[in-house]
Design a protein around this ligand. Structure first.
Ligand SMILES: Nc1ncnc2c1ncn2[C@@H]1O[C@H](COP(=O)(O)OP(=O)(O)OP(=O)(O)O)[C@@H](O)[C@H]1O
Length: 417
């Protein structure tokens, strides 16, 4: 009896020790994870110039880690692959839209602090770009489902977060405008333009370079939105005009690049604008008045980009018009890679104008925006070549050294003479 009680206590002690150990392990792991998240948060807020790449992968191998992707493969008739890719963050299959967004959210704080921000999804067709940026699409049209909030992608969540952050600021100090554009067959379409009956229909627009060297789309429709649901409603309507086409790889393949832009205008308040200097430089003419009013505003831009997927024609089995679309998609994506290559090599000429996509994204890719690339990788071993290409694109993007990102601030008014 005494022996079995002793045994019981020993077992109990060991169990208690186990429990204590695993509790300690869990706490340590939790602390490590918290530190990592804090570091990621800080690095996003402090992002200065370089491009960050996060990789969303429905795994090639079960042992991809939080920062590395290991591709290891031997196929008969092919050279064996054993390659490791390093990114700022790698998401595995079990990581939710919530987790992905939690890593993106700090960029939105930067947006209201005066930085331009661009988040861009890149990857092979069917790899999850639209899912990551918008959420699951409805079958009947291109709209995304807003029923299940946990499935919402970066675009709707980012808008909710922007409006939440604005609600914490003094009323009337910010306003938000939205534009929705698709680049299809190397043409730009304004998806919020309306016909004479007020019905949305995509009007062709052009992209130009302004005298200041910025890219601009004259006559583009900007709609003012006052809350996230107005925004979602508007974007969903615009999305129904987006071109899609079934392919052998993806039944609802996007055939165009989608660029949703939120322009935030910050109105100067007593804190961020020197009222004394304004009164000393009081406007004496309409031109001067307009100039003074402009000085009281700062515009920052959040560009959210769902690129069309790179595609191997042999795999997607497209013919006719869809084949033409594929050729335009692949050409514009290689123009994007060329631009990154030229920036990386610090060439004097950056070929932005080789495609409408790069011309449109010029200010975000080469300019002063904080840029995050969400790399999406297909889980299917059949698409290994395309996955390797995407992983290579992400690696190149990380090597690009850009100029410093610039914070927009209110200009200091010159003193009146
Ligand atoms: N992480 C994920 N979890 C669950 N489902 C996903 C995930 N990523 C993608 N999917 C699903 O996979 C399918 C293809 O995804 P999606 O439409 O986002 O691909 P895509 O990269 O945008 O393709 P394309 O470039 O051809 O438009 C969709 O049905 C989508 O809901």
């Amino acid at each position: 009896m005494a022996r079995s009680i002793m045994e019981f206590f020993t077992v109990f002690q060991i169990k208690a020790l186990d429990l204590q150990q695993s509790l300690q392990e869990v706490t340590e792991r939790y602390e490590k994870e918290k530190q990592k998240r804090r570091a990621l948060h800080n690095s996003l807020v402090e992002l200065r110039g370089n491009i960050r790449v996060h990789c969303r992968i429905r795994p090639l191998l079960p042992f991809d880690t939080a920062e590395t992707v290991l591709v290891k493969c031997s196929r008969p008739g092919h050279a064996a692959i054993n390659k490791t890719f390093q990114f700022e963050r790698v998401y595995n299959a079990s990581e939710s839209q919530d987790t992905v967004f939690a890593d993106v959210a700090p960029l939105l704080t930067s947006l209201l602090d005066g930085y331009n921000v661009c988040i861009m999804a890149y990857g092979q067709t069917g790899s999850g770009k639209t899912y990551t940026m918008l959420g699951p699409q409805l079958e009947e049209n291109f709209a995304f489902s807003i029923e299940d909030e946990s499935e919402l992608g970066i675009i709707p969540r980012a808008t909710q977060e922007v409006f939440r952050l604005i609600s914490e600021k003094p009323p009337g100090s910010y306003w938000v405008e939205v534009s929705v554009v698709e680049v299809y067959n190397n043409e730009i379409f304004d998806l919020l333009a309306k016909d004479s009956c007020g019905k949305l229909f995509g009007i062709k627009r052009d992209v130009i370079t302004t005298r200041e060297g910025k890219s601009d789309v004259p006559l583009l429709t900007y709609e003012t939105v006052e809350n996230a649901s107005e925004f979602l409603h508007l974007v969903n309507k615009g999305l129904q005009l987006r071109v899609r086409h079934p392919t052998l790889v993806h039944a609802h393949s996007s055939r165009s690049h989608l660029v949703v832009t939120l322009t935030i205008t910050t109105i100067a308040s007593g804190d961020n604008f020197d009222n004394k200097s304004t009164s000393s430089s009081r406007a004496s003419s309409p031109v001067q008045l307009e100039a003074t009013e402009k000085m009281k505003q700062v515009k920052t831009r959040l560009q959210l980009v769902d690129l069309a997927g790179s595609e191997c024609v042999g795999m997607s089995g497209v013919t006719g018009a869809a084949l033409r679309e594929t050729s335009f998609i692949n050409r514009s994506l290689s123009a994007l890679a060329d631009v990154l290559g030229a920036i990386a090599e610090q060439r004097p000429h950056i070929p932005y104008r080789n495609s409408k996509l790069t011309h449109l994204l010029q200010d975000s890719v080469g300019g002063d925006a904080k840029l995050l690339v969400m790399l999406c990788i297909s889980p299917d071993q059949r698409y290994l070549t395309e996955s390797m290409q995407s992983l290579g694109f992400g690696t190149r993007a990380r090597q690009v050294q850009r100029g410093q990102v610039k914070k927009k601030s209110f200009p200091v008014p010159s003193k009146a003479k």
